[in-house]
Design a protein around this ligand. Structure first.
Ligand SMILES: O=C[C@H](O)[C@H](O)[C@H](O)COP(=O)(O)O
Length: 234
């Protein structure tokens, strides 16, 4: 039996081994699974002397790149990336994703959109048929602090469910993202919604900065499984 941490590592190592080539400019996602991908990248730089450039998607991811002595860049210098490797909170059968459990959705979506391909790495708990089936913490929506109440009300009125302001731990008040915004977690939504339509609608609302719905963006997902295998979904 493979633990959840073991499963994350399996997926991350296999994705890095299968997809990363010397000369690549790589978007580095955020979260706990990406830690293993960066670990593997550092091993390959050390052992195979591959030459790579890494663009982070959050403060955490930037720190990871620096800590592992990888070459740090940004979208001003490298605006076209070969690949982005990132985790997800949930992946449905069409490779649509919920992301932003760690509040990094905005930079993650920007970096993924500048990459030729987005490869997802995850453990078996993220593998789902429908969004919301496994992940119960809600779809993160990054909003301007000024607009969180009107957006919450509008969302609940139009699409039902409940949008909850994400609160900080060990700090009084809300979570403030790397970009100075708040996060609403939209829970108990109707799982049969057309997520492409919902996403296109939400991102037009004044005050919505970005949604954690990554629709038609991922090319492949690697899931570390309980039996120690890796399931690849294309
Ligand atoms: O904001 C966080 C990101 O979207 C993460 O990629 C996502 O939450 C998955 O993180 P983890 O690998 O820790 O499950």
């Amino acid at each position: 039996m493979c633990s959840v941490e073991g499963a994350k590592k399996l997926a991350a190592y296999q994705a890095v081994d299968n997809h990363i080539k010397s000369g690549y400019k790589i978007g580095i996602g955020s979260g706990s699974t990406v830690v293993y991908a960066v670990d593997r990248l550092a091993q390959r730089v050390e052992n195979e002397n591959i030459n790579i450039i890494c663009v982070p998607t959050s403060f955490q991811s930037r720190q990871l790149i620096l800590k592992n002595n990888l070459t740090l860049s940004d979208l001003e210098v490298a605006s076209q990336l070969d690949i982005c490797i990132d985790g997800a909170d949930e992946v449905d059968c069409n490779l649509n994703l919920i992301k932003g459990g760690g509040g990094c959705l905005l930079q993650e979506k920007i970096v993924a959109s500048c990459s030729k391909e987005l490869i997802v790495i995850a453990d078996y708990t993220k593998n789902s048929s429908l969004l919301g089936q496994q992940y119960k913490k809600g779809i993160p929506i990054e909003v301007s602090p000024l607009a969180y109440v009107p957006i919450k009300k509008r969302l609940e009125q139009l699409y039902k469910g409940e949008a909850v302001l994400r609160m900080a731990v060990n700090k009084a008040g809300p979570v403030v993202t790397d970009n100075g915004n708040f996060v609403l977690d939209w829970k108990n939504f109707d799982q049969s919604l057309d997520w492409n339509k919902v996403n296109l609608d939400l991102i037009q609302w004044p005050g919505v900065i970005e949604t954690g719905l990554f629709i038609n963006m991922a090319k492949k997902a690697y899931f570390g499984m309980q039996d120690g295998s890796v399931k690849v979904q294309s």
